[in-house]
Design a protein around this ligand. Structure first.
Ligand code: UDP
Ligand code: MG
Length: 320
């Protein structure tokens, strides 16, 4: 085992060469005054730039700097998971590499932990330097998710949070492929509380979350925490059948008891397109779930580690 430390800070990184050294300095100066032992668990998520090299250099002088080096890019949520798997602290903090979440808040989180909370999640009251599109889609997403799930996932939270060891272990024991960590933490329960903060602009570089990854994360979140979209097909089908049946009665009545002739080539085409559209979309919904079921069925490890830095001894299996 590694020497037990009080605090582990998990930092996922994907092409963060522009920020990572500053992040290290800000973290160090925020953590030193706390006066507790700590480790910084950097996870290099297959960066193609010098991120790993920079962290290695930092790790030469400061043994509290540890790194898990992935064999390729596995995605943010998986990187965070690996960091948690390898962390050994009594409490674990998840923080982005780009300094959008202020490390200076960590002492406040620890204070709340001492009050007896197990999870202290950052809740953004303001998001600076993010496009209107990103803010709106995020706001819409959190509300949509809330309306669909039975687990209450707090709105406007990111992954910036402090967790007690027992929560961290609970999460590590959940090995699902499509991971939405915020949701999994809510699912885990325990005593949780929010800490409001202003989300800063990215310190340097650009977002590593293009629209494609955002959509994927949202779909992971919805499919992992709700089966409502699947049931929606049934409800819609029932409504459409009912409407169809009523219309059938109307048509029959007209045919038998009046001399109005049925017309409607155009309406036929419109209805046909509309209904085929709906059917295919619902097949797509099914596909989202079946695809994920298939991924889970393969039981592959969540990530592969190519290299490790400053972890003293093997304490965990490589293949999770
Ligand atoms: N990240 C990662 N793997 C990825 C994408 C992002 O480890 O495939 C990391 C990234 O380096 C950062 C954090 O996840 O530390 C959040 O990413 P980013 O700041 O780009 O997202 P945004 O804040 O724009 O939503
Ligand atoms: Mg960011």
């Amino acid at each position: 085992m590694n020497e037990p430390v009080f605090l582990s800070v998990v930092v996922p990184m994907y092409n963060e060469e522009e920020v990572i050294e500053t992040t290290y300095r800000r973290l160090t100066s925020a953590l030193e005054p706390i006066g507790e032992t700590y480790e910084l668990v950097f996870v290099n998520d297959g960066s193609r730039d010098n991120t790993a090299k920079i962290v290695r250099k930092l790790g030469d002088d400061d043994k509290r700097v540890k790194m898990i080096d992935f064999s390729r890019n596995f995605g943010h949520q998986i990187a965070v998971t690996a960091g948690m798997d390898y962390s050994s602290g009594r409490v674990v903090v998840l923080i982005d590499a780009d300094l959008q979440d202020p490390p200076e808040l960590i002492p406040e989180m620890i204070a709340k932990w001492r009050e007896g909370y197990d999870v202290i999640y950052g809740q953004r009251i303001v998001r600076k330097g993010e496009s209107l599109f990103k803010k709106w889609t995020a706001a819409l997403f959190y509300r949509l998710l809330r309306s669909m799930t039975s687990v209450s996932i707090p709105v406007d939270t990111g992954d910036f949070r402090l967790m007690d060891r027992k929560v961290c272990d609970a999460l590590s024991s959940m090995r699902e492929q499509s991971r939405f960590i915020r949701g999994m933490v809510s699912w885990a329960g325990f005593r949780q509380t929010a800490l409001e903060y202003v989300r800063e602009e990215r310190f340097a570089g650009e977002t590593k979350y293009p629209l494609r990854k955002m959509v994927r994360l949202s779909l992971d979140a919805i499919t992992s925490f709700s089966t409502k979209p699947l049931k929606f097909a049934g409800v819609l089908g029932f409504i459409m059948s009912a409407v169809g049946f009523i219309y059938l009665l109307v048509v029959l009545y007209q045919r038998l008891f009046t001399d109005t002739t049925m017309q409607g080539w155009t309406s036929m085409v419109v209805i046909s397109l509309l209904f085929h559209g709906i059917t295919l979309s619902l097949l797509g919904v099914l596909g989202e779930y079946i695809g994920r079921t298939y991924e889970e069925a393969k039981r592959r490890p969540l990530y592969l580690v190519a290299d490790k830095l400053n972890f003293e001894k093997e304490n965990k299996s490589e293949f999770k």
